[in-house]
Write a protein that binds this ligand. Structure first.
Ligand SMILES: Cc1cc2nc3c(=O)[nH]c(=O)nc-3n(C[C@H](O)[C@H](O)[C@H](O)COP(=O)(O)OP(=O)(O)OC[C@H]3O[C@@H](n4cnc5c(N)ncnc54)[C@H](O)[C@@H]3O)c2cc1C
Length: 486
């Protein structure tokens, strides 16, 4: 045990015992035994050796933005904030190599200096590069896959304390598994990303009617390079947001009080706080917020990051699933019926029928009935985005052009609201429509169903077993979803 005491001493200045970790939304917390903030890969290797010698579990975190217990552990937590160096920019091939803990907003600053940018983004740029990729986070755009499809190589510290380099040509299977691996294969210390020349976007958002959108979904998905929808539940109102690359001059609309951040944040928060006590007001709030903020067309021209990102407001519960985009309208109609009547019946999907002919025919051919007949009252808006299929083993868009449907139930002033019945029904609807859950969000899909939904789950599990036979990198979340129940 000499080694243990030496390592403990060497790592002492990086460690804080029993520090409470909370995710961004303050919906999940844990108290890791040691909370390390290493600055180099060598220090990470020492932490892993110490964990192996003392039988501890290890979890890396980025910025804790995952709205689930995905980043939690009671073992050793590795905060990657100080692994934030730019390693290399290759102007010719438009690639960048960074340490894994670099925050996206810092990455954008580096890229801007080299006239480069990521070609797609989600709603925020607060995440770490490794955290973003490890959960297959996504933006929107029919021709653009999830962001992890742009990872070209990475370096991983495994449970043995070895540093493995893998890429699309070297250690290929490990690479395919590791790009999106939720921290379950080891600690990623660096990544190389494909970028493109920096660009400006012209965005245009306009109000539309739900039925018109549902009837013309395929045309809408392809009506611009980047398209997303915000549906205001309890109304027939939708906002269609489109963006295309442009050389036009910057255009910043003057904000009226209704469009101001103050209004969107504080008035909205106050209104949904009142709805905690009088939920039947929520349809009115949904209609009011749409009228106040979205009922007029809005045009902007700005740098890509400014157009992709927006203010995601305050603490919230979220749930998000990917389904084949051909099923988008069917899913939204089912969701609407579930919300308004409390029940919806989903007829068996074609895929389930296909599965049934090769396996158990009767069980999978049954219709799915969701809900108990009690209508729901929920928060606006519901976000709908589109991504192109990719080949990252655990990407929810693996092999399938996908539509992501995201639900939010806000926690006004940090206060809880009820959301579980909504989540349960939503998950059943998405599951019946060949859905796959977003890894970062809290979901209830067990390993056996994930095995069915992800063609490469078996190969992934074999690599995880090989690289981490003792389960050093597991936590409760991964134990629930990545390990077959005995
Ligand atoms: C306000 C908000 C907006 C969001 N918008 C979007 C969006 O538009 N699109 C979308 O798809 N998602 C979105 N998300 C989800 C977010 O992108 C993911 O939760 C992402 O994983 C967060 O990154 P993080 O750095 O905070 O990672 P964390 O939450 O800290 O960790 C996530 C996972 O990554 C692993 N990990 C982190 N670093 C490493 C490492 N170095 N090595 C190995 N594993 C590691 C962790 O172990 C954990 O399993 C949003 C979340 C919030 C709160």
């Amino acid at each position: 045990m000499v080694r243990v005491s030496v390592l403990t001493q060497q790592l002492q200045t990086l460690a804080t015992p029993k520090k409470t970790f909370e995710n961004w939304a303050r919906t999940f917390r844990c108290v890791p035994e040691q909370y390390y903030t290493p600055t180099t890969e060598e220090e990470i290797i020492k932490i892993v050796h110490l964990a192996r010698l003392t039988g501890k579990r290890v979890k890396a975190i980025g910025t804790g933005h995952s709205p689930s217990d995905l980043a939690c552990t009671d073992g050793f937590m590795i905060n990657t904030d100080k692994l934030n160096r730019l390693i290399r920019v290759d102007q010719q091939h438009k690639t960048v190599t960074v340490q894994a803990g670099m925050k996206l907003h810092r990455l954008h600053d580096h890229l801007q200096l080299h006239d480069l940018a990521l070609n797609n983004l989600g709603s925020i740029s607060d995440q770490s590069v490794a955290g973003l990729m490890s959960t297959a986070s996504h933006g929107t755009g029919a021709e653009y896959p999830t962001l992890c499809a742009y990872v070209l190589d990475l370096t991983l510290v495994t449970a043995k304390g070895e540093s493995i380099y893998c890429s699309k040509t070297e250690n290929v299977d490990i690479f395919n598994a590791a790009v999106c691996s939720l921290g379950s294969l080891g600690i990623i210390t660096s990544m190389t990303l494909q970028c493109e020349r920096a660009f400006r976007l012209e965005s245009h958002q306009e109000p539309a009617k739900l039925n018109d959108v549902l009837d013309n979904m395929d045309t809408i998905i392809h009506s611009a390079e980047y398209v997303r929808l915000w549906w205001y539940p309890h109304t027939d109102k939708v906002v269609i947001w489109r963006a295309n690359k442009t050389d036009k001059d910057y255009l910043m609309p003057i904000k009226s009080w209704r469009y101001s951040n103050w209004f969107g944040y504080h008035v909205f928060q106050g209104l949904i706080y009142i709805c905690r006590f009088i939920p039947r007001l929520l349809p009115l709030v949904s209609r009011f917020m749409f009228w106040a903020q979205q009922s007029r067309p809005l045009k902007r021209v700005d740098d890509s990051v400014q157009i992709f990102n927006f203010d995601c407001l305050f603490s919230q519960y979220t749930n998000e699933w990917a389904i084949p985009w051909s099923r988008t309208s069917e899913a939204l109609r089912a969701l609407n019926e579930f919300i308004e009547t409390g029940t919806v019946r989903i007829e068996p999907s074609k895929r389930h029928e296909k599965t049934s002919s090769s396996s158990s025919s009767s069980s999978s051919a049954a219709a799915v009935v969701v809900g108990n007949g009690r209508p729901l009252k929920i928060h606006p808006p519901i976000e709908i985005r589109f991504v192109k299929k990719d080949d990252v083993w655990l990407s929810p868009a693996y092999g399938v052009d996908s539509c992501y449907i995201g639900l939010i139930m806000y926690r006004p002033f940090g206060k809880p609201v009820s959301y579980r019945r909504f989540w349960n029904g939503f998950e059943k609807i998405m599951g019946a429509l060949e859905g796959r859950p977003h890894w970062a969000k809290a979901h209830s899909v067990p390993y056996k169903d994930l095995l069915r939904a992800y063609p490469k789950m078996k190969e992934f599990s074999e690599i995880r077993q090989k690289l981490d036979p003792e389960g050093m990198f597991l936590n409760d979340y991964l134990q629930r979803h990545f390990v077959p129940s005995s």
